[in-house]
Design a protein around this ligand. Structure first.
Ligand code: FES
Ligand code: FES
Length: 161
């Protein structure tokens, strides 16, 4: 069988090439081909948000996005935020606030929050909660997670001054 043509994309600022079936979900490519395992498999059907990454500045459920759709796109994952020096405020705040219980939902929530706060840095708690409505947390730590995201938003605003 002929080898798949490479698909080029930018992962956390680094150009990468992937040889995979163009219909492969981005989530499988990230975890299986690019060793970026922060985005999680939850439902695999666009219903839980565990797989959320940022694609060209917008939050996307990576289980629901075929590879060919993101050819040439910039993909951001938690690995990129954690590798910043210092780490992105969202990473710092969820750690300092001990926002997680099991943590399974957090990579998706952090990336959904990243896309939202980049667009709406002065959002209220209610607006943040509404923006994260598609990201489920079965441990029920929503309040601590919202505390952490509000804290991160304040840090981001301060850093932008
Ligand atoms: S795993 Fe993608 S939305 Fe649930
Ligand atoms: S902390 Fe366990 S699912 Fe959210």
């Amino acid at each position: 069988m002929a080898e798949a043509e490479p698909t080029r994309l930018i992962l956390n600022g680094t150009p990468v090439e992937v040889r995979a079936d163009p219909e492969t979900p981005l989530l499988y490519v990230l975890r299986g081909e690019l060793d970026a395992k922060a985005a999680r498999y939850g439902c695999g059907a666009g219903l839980c948000g565990a797989c959320t990454v940022v694609v060209d500045g917008k939050a996307a459920f990576s289980c629901d996005v075929p590879l060919h759709v993101v050819a040439g796109a910039s993909i951001e994952t938690v690995e990129g935020l954690a590798a910043q020096q210092p780490p992105h405020p969202l990473v710092t705040s969820v750690i300092e606030r001990q926002a997680a219980q099991c943590g399974y939902c957090l990579p998706g929530i952090v990336m959904a929050a990243k896309a939202f706060l980049d667009e709406s840095p002065n959002a209220s708690r209610a607006e943040i909660a509404a923006a994260l409505d598609g990201n489920l947390c079965r441990c029920g730590t929503h309040h601590r997670i919202l505390d952490a995201i509000e804290d991160a938003a304040a840090r981001m605003t301060e850093a932008a001054r």
